[in-house]
Design a protein around this ligand. Structure first.
Ligand SMILES: *[C@@H]1O[C@H](CO)[C@@H](O)[C@H](O)[C@H]1NC(C)=O
Ligand SMILES: *[C@@H]1O[C@H](CO)[C@@H](O)[C@H](O)[C@H]1NC(C)=O
Ligand SMILES: *[C@@H]1O[C@H](CO)[C@@H](O)[C@H](O)[C@H]1NC(C)=O
Ligand SMILES: *[C@@H]1O[C@H](CO)[C@@H](O)[C@H](O)[C@H]1NC(C)=O
Length: 338
């Protein structure tokens, strides 16, 4: 395991501006995090790869809601931070000429050629059961939505035109594990705005489905795979859906909206992304003002362009270019798993 492990917690962070460094992750917990880091399969036809946050910062500027530029060339050490950044967003440079226009860097970093980091956030509950949640977050510069027939679908033919909806710039995905008394007991596989819980089974040596969330757009329940298998040791095998990057624990077609439109994810073993080759681990505390390499954690805004193309709403109510929920980091600080 000649892994490039970036232990960012060893770098300086200050509480309220005074120099109390963040405590390093205990060795035992560190080993669990590495041993159980997921193996993420990208689809063989994937063209929108993940990237580091640094890669993304190189291609964006910070803007307000009214598109006033507040910072050009932000990076993890200098990006604007604090409560005022809540209403801001990172906007592509150059701006997009149309809601479904693409830029070269939306392709991200090919995991077969570049070591792309996974951002790990730890939450220690400090309770009697020794509960610790570990969230493995991956970043993608672009999420390709779904092609939908605008007009009348007649059988398999679209009388009208096909349009992609639900695209967005800046896409965070995550997979989580829960540790109790130094043992991994549960995991959560996040799909889009929903996901499923699985419990570790020592006999079967896999995680088994316990319950899942509805898709929130559809009344029909999502069918989740029955298990999460572990490979190459204890690494959960998860599949990042082609284009949309929602995670599933099995290859194949996963339909998560059945009516009035059909939305499906395609998952398959294309590119193996071994997340444990590069983990940036942070014991995240929303009250801490991070400095240095972790300074960017104080940015509270959105990670991509504002929504556009909402006037041609299809039945799903989505825009051509949408936005990712803003407070992905705040959420991890206030809620437990996921
Ligand atoms: C995967 O996504 C690419 C790019 O959006 C698309 O061209 C390709 O047809 C998709 N493949 C499948 C199997 O959905
Ligand atoms: C845009 O926002 C900035 C900062 O929030 C503000 O100073 C400026 O007056 C606004 N401009 C317009 C045209 O609303
Ligand atoms: C990703 O890199 C591999 C290895 O170099 C290459 O075979 C593959 O074509 C690349 N994929 C894309 C979409 O560029
Ligand atoms: C663990 O898995 C085995 C084999 O699938 C099954 O028979 C058993 O009931 C499971 N145990 C629990 C507690 O679910």
């Amino acid at each position: 395991m000649a892994a490039t492990l970036l232990l960012l917690t060893l770098l300086t962070a200050t509480t309220g501006g005074f120099g109390s460094p963040v405590k390093p992750v205990p060795k035992e917990l560190f080993e669990i995090i590495v041993d159980w880091a997921p193996l993420v399969w990208l689809h063989p036809e994937e063209v929108f790869f993940p990237s580091s946050v640094d890669f993304h910062f190189e291609n964006v500027e910070v803007r307000t809601e009214n598109e006033t530029v507040v910072q050009t060339s932000p990076d993890r050490w200098s990006v604007v931070t604090g409560p005022d950044t809540r209403s801001m967003h990172l906007n592509s440079v150059p701006d997009l000429d149309c809601a479904d226009c693409l830029l070269d860097w939306f392709a991200g970093q090919n995991v077969s050629e570049v070591t792309v980091p996974t951002y790990v956030f730890i939450k220690d509950y400090q309770d009697a059961c020794g509960t610790v949640d570990v969230v493995y977050r991956s970043f993608y510069p672009y999420n390709f939505g779904k092609d939908v027939c605008v007009g009348v679908p007649i059988g398999d033919v679209c009388e009208g035109y096909m349009q992609s909806f639900g695209n967005h710039v800046g896409d965070w995905e995550h997979f989580s594990i829960r540790i109790r008394d130094r043992k991994v007991v549960e995991c959560y596989v996040s799909v889009h705005s929903f996901g499923a819980w699985y419990t570790w089974n020592d006999t079967a040596n896999n995680f088994q489905f316990t319950h899942g969330e509805d898709s929130r757009i559809d009344v029909v329940d999502v069918t989740y795979p029955a298990t999460v298998e572990v490979v190459e040791g204890l690494h959960a095998e998860v599949f990042s859906a082609n284009g949309s990057h929602g995670l599933w624990s099995a290859a194949g077609t996963h339909e998560y909206v059945h009516f009035p439109i059909h939305l499906k994810d395609q998952a398959d073993r294309g590119y193996a992304w071994r997340s444990w080759d590069s983990l940036e681990i942070v014991e995240y505390d929303s009250d801490v003002v991070y400095e240095g390499e972790l300074h960017y954690l104080g940015y509270r805004g959105r990670w991509g362009n504002q929504k556009r193309g909402c006037e041609v709403e299809p039945v799903s109510g989505e825009c051509i270019l949408g936005v990712l929920a803003r407070s992905w980091l705040l959420a991890s600080g206030t809620r437990g798993l996921p």
